[in-house]
Design a protein around this ligand. Structure first.
Ligand SMILES: Nc1ncnc2c1ncn2[C@@H]1O[C@H](COP(=O)(O)OP(=O)(O)OP(=O)(O)O)[C@@H](O)[C@H]1O
Ligand SMILES: [Mg+2]
Length: 463
């Protein structure tokens, strides 16, 4: 008797009583809990009630055949293994059944050892598969917990909605945004929410690999392809197989390689360096760039066809200074994160510091904010981050008293005063104001109308 089998529920289906009895005897002796059915119909009833791990079924039975039963089991209880019992002359059918998902078949008359071997192997496979799945789920949820795009601004909401919408699709995604805005986070979130989540997410920073190595890095090479290629090497396309390949800083890909990349995207096949044969690949591509790719196209540094191929779905992450409403939330999030990592007990930032944060330009975006908080927390011994914990460049900021109401109002009031002041300096020239504020002209207009500021040119000006 095997301890692992103790109580594992099996179902024996055969219209012949003697077969049922002998199988039952053999299996019960091994510790299994054996259910028997004399027809497909009865088998179904038992399957509905009992968590059957494995079904042993005769192939040829009146009414519902073993093959039909197999199909039903596989459809309704995909984890339940099925072993078929066949008489003479039905081996071909049994082979067909294997294609439909039967684990194995045994022919009558069978030997005890033969049955036990098949049953044990099927159960072993089943538990391995289950273990695998559990591991994957665990990994997935631990990743999902860590990777979060924090934000409550309209723009952040729109980005998250877009992520949910595109994640299930196989389409290529192009993520654009200034450095530190969270492009990689978004790429990882898309992967985690996609059907490819159980497979790899491979990130490659195209800008960090020398021009003559990048082709072999992406597509692999065969032995002898160039000096130093002492053995075949798999490329990242192959390594990411079934998963997602994140091509970061895509604008740095040399123009001659762009053709090959386009081909890989269109044909779903790659040719390793030095090889004459293409190999099929199945990867989802997510690309990112902090440069304006369309401008790169205009200036002849980036192929237009590749641009459109990558930009099937475009996600643009606005700079932090265009969504200041996200700052308080991000501050909280990073404080909690570094409390854990640095074993601190900081509760928040002072009003003055929050004002600085809301005023600051954040050229390095969320990454810069994250670093500023980490640095401040290292310096901070109390439970509140104060101006003295901030780097020098923050000290020069003009700090105005915080409005009493809520943070949102504070942010709005601040933005309003900043925009008005800037417009005053540039004599109402919105283009110049936008530039000074680090906004695009369209964002300035949007901001102004959101804040209830008159976007029309004051009458009589510039005429
Ligand atoms: N919305 C957000 N919520 C939480 N963390 C964020 C968010 N945006 C960015 N971060 C954090 O900021 C840092 C920078 O993000 P990320 O690496 O994704 O930016 P990036 O756009 O890829 O930057 P680069 O162009 O420099 O590669 C990371 O540590 C990331 O965890
Ligand atoms: Mg990045």
């Amino acid at each position: 008797m095997n301890a692992n089998n103790q109580g594992v529920p099996l179902l024996v289906v055969d219209d012949e009583q003697s077969v049922r009895d002998s199988l039952e005897r053999v299996l019960e002796k091994e510790g299994f809990q054996v259910f028997t059915a004399e027809s497909g119909r009865q088998a179904r009833e038992i399957l509905q009630k009992e968590p059957i791990a494995l079904v042993l079924t005769d192939l040829r039975m009146p009414e519902i055949s073993g093959l039909d039963l197999l199909r039903q089991v596989k459809k309704q209880y995909p984890d339940t293994e099925v072993i078929l019992i066949t008489g003479h002359g039905t081996i071909e059918k049994a082979v067909e059944a294997m294609k439909e998902g039967a684990y194995d078949f045994i022919t009558k008359p069978f030997k005890r050892a033969e049955i036990l071997r098949a049953v044990n192997k099927a159960l072993e496979k089943q538990s391995l598969a289950r273990e695998n799945r559990l591991l994957k789920e665990q990994l997935k949820s631990s990743f999902e917990n860590k990777i979060q795009f924090i934000g409550k601004s309209k723009q952040a909401h729109e980005i998250m909605q877009l992520v949910d919408r595109v994640a299930p699709l196989p389409s290529t995604v192009l993520i654009t945004g200034e450095s530190g805005t969270g492009k990689e986070i978004i790429a990882r979130m898309i992967h985690m929410k996609s059907p490819r989540a159980g497979k790899r997410f491979v990130a490659v920073n195209c800008g960090a690999i020398s021009e003559n190595l990048i082709e072999s890095e992406l597509f692999g090479h065969v032995k002898g392809a160039f000096t130093g290629a002492i053995r075949d090497k798999e490329g990242l396309f192959k390594i990411a197989s079934g998963g997602t390949l994140f091509l970061d800083e895509i604008s740095t890909i040399p123009i001659n390689l762009q053709v090959k990349l386009l081909r890989a995207l269109e044909e779903h096949e790659i040719m390793p360096v030095g090889s004459t044969r293409t190999i099929p690949v199945d990867v989802r591509i997510i690309a990112a760039s902090n440069r304006d790719l369309l401008k790169e196209v205009e200036e002849g540094r980036f192929r237009e066809d590749l641009y459109y191929r990558l930009n099937v779905i475009g996600i643009n992450i606005p700079p932090l200074r265009e969504r200041r409403e996200d700052i308080p939330l991000l501050v909280d999030y990073f404080i909690q994160k570094f409390n854990r990592e640095l074993n601190k007990n900081v509760r928040g930032v002072s009003h003055q510091v929050m004002q600085m944060f809301l005023t600051y330009q954040w050229k390095g975006n969320v990454r810069e904010l994250e670093n500023a908080i980490e640095r401040a927390m290292i310096l901070c011994d109390g439970d509140q981050i104060l101006p003295e914990h901030m780097p020098q460049n923050f000290a020069n900021l003009e700090v105005q008293p915080m409005v009493k109401s809520g943070l949102k109002e504070a942010v709005m009031a601040f933005e309003k005063s900043q925009i008005l002041k800037t417009l005053e300096i540039v004599d109402g020239d919105k283009k110049a104001a936008a530039k000074l504020l680090g906004l695009s002209i369209s964002s300035l207009y949007r901001k102004m109308s959101e804040l209830g500021l008159d976007v029309k040119e004051p009458a009589g000006k510039h005429s």
